[in-house]
Design a protein around this ligand. Structure first.
Ligand SMILES: Cc1ncc(COP(=O)(O)O)c(C=O)c1O
Length: 385
């Protein structure tokens, strides 16, 4: 079956040309510049592929294990470098899931798994995270939905879009649930490294023989445009299947992505970049929390990890209408409507992107938009029939 568009991507496509003055939904840290890496790049470097390993540069795969705390637990043979976490998810889902098989996922969550599972003709079961329960994943409901024959459990940890963070104990329970029926457990860790409430969670590739961890340099390091990510999995057959599909899609990794990611993930450099991103992220989140506290019409549960969270809109204001109103003059501010996650009463707020997104101005515009909406609504009530 054809891969069909999801409402989240539809909104991004529709609004690409809008050229907003500010963005209040950015999910990644401020992006470094090419010049930051030039001193460590070799001008004589061939722009052919890496010519060493189809799974990706060996030293990059070592760094990938190190940043996930998996050195000595998994081996570089368990790591495949991919075009972002997106390709890693794609390779796993497309190779593991067959028509009619059951995949269990969270909602709200990252829509990629649902889009691909639909195209595969799989049975999709969604486990709801609810705001009244702090957006936690209800493990009892997850357990109830994992029937014999369930092929994949797909989760994001930290969660996109709520910023919820599963602990090591939660993950151990999820592993036990998956293990009871031999399901694959695919956990997308693209936001890892930016934890605010508790430590980074362990990676499932180190916990479970059928555990698959996906991640990338896109979010905490802001290197989204490199299109460099990874899949970590101790199952040799699945890694080979993923490599075979990759050979028939992007074929090999782009060499610049591999080289720059290798530099960015060198342990000392990674530690410095991560602590800068954490300082900036924490400061921006504190600013967002303080701003929301001044807004009578908005509430949110701050993310436990990552740079994004969901804010609840007042009754009567739909996220689509509000996001489109804000994008137009005079506000010219971009944010993602919650309808992209089947939550039309919420908006996604984010604090990433550095100075370029003009967060202060964006928040002023959101506040203005809310006031204008409230004024128009009461004017209609007073003057209307
Ligand atoms: C949960 C999640 N997974 C994967 C991706 C894609 O990331 P990458 O740039 O590593 O492909 C995103 C991007 O927003 C995401 O939020």
């Amino acid at each position: 079956m054809k891969v069909k568009i999801h409402t989240l991507f539809e909104y991004l496509l529709e609004t690409t040309d809008a050229a907003p003055d500010a963005i209040v939904g950015f999910s990644l840290s401020a992006s470094p510049k090419l010049g930051d890496y030039l001193p460590d790049l070799n001008p004589e470097q061939s722009l052919d592929w890496n010519s060493r390993d189809f799974r990706g540069l060996p030293e990059l795969r070592e760094h990938v294990l190190a940043q996930a705390g998996l050195t000595g637990i998994c081996t570089p043979a368990d790591v495949l470098i991919t075009a972002g976490a997106a390709e890693a998810n794609f390779l796993s889902i497309m190779q593991l899931l067959q028509p009619g098989e059951r995949i269990v996922m969270e909602t709200p969550g990252w829509p990629q798994a649902e889009v691909l599972a639909k195209a595969k003709g799989a049975e999709i079961v969604k486990v709801a995270r609810s705001e009244s329960d702090g957006w936690r994943l209800p493990l009892d409901r997850l357990a109830a939905d994992i029937t014999p024959g369930t092929r994949i459990i797909f989760l994001t940890n930290p969660n996109n879009p709520t910023g919820d963070l599963m602990t090591a104990a939660d993950l151990a329970e999820v592993v036990a649930i998956a293990d009871r029926v031999g399901a694959w457990l695919l956990v997308d860790e693209v936001y890892a490294g930016l934890e605010w409430a508790g430590p980074r969670a362990p990676s499932v590739a180190g916990l479970y023989a059928r555990g698959i961890t996906t991640g990338s340099v896109s979010k905490a390091l802001g290197l989204q445009g490199l299109r460099t990510g990874w899949m970590i999995c101790p199952d040799a057959e699945h890694m080979r299947d993923a490599l075979i599909l990759r050979e028939n899609s992007s074929e090999i990794m782009n060499i610049m992505g591999e080289l720059i990611a290798e530099i960015a993930l060198r342990p000392a450099r990674y530690a410095t970049a991560l602590s800068r991103a954490r300082l900036e992220g924490a400061a921006n989140l504190a600013q967002m929390n303080a701003w929301i506290a001044t807004q009578d019409l908005l509430s949110w549960l701050p993310p436990k990890a990552g740079l994004i969270g969901l804010a609840r809109l007042p009754e009567g204001l739909g996220s689509d209408a509000f996001a489109r109103m804000l994008l137009a003059p005079p506000y010219r501010t971009f944010l993602l409507p919650g309808s992209a996650y089947d939550l039309p009463g919420h908006i996604r707020l984010g604090v990433g992107g550095g100075a370029g997104v003009r967060l202060d101005d964006g928040l002023d515009q959101v506040a203005l938009g809310l006031k204008d909406w409230q004024r128009t609504r009461s004017a209609i009530r007073i003057d209307g029939p």
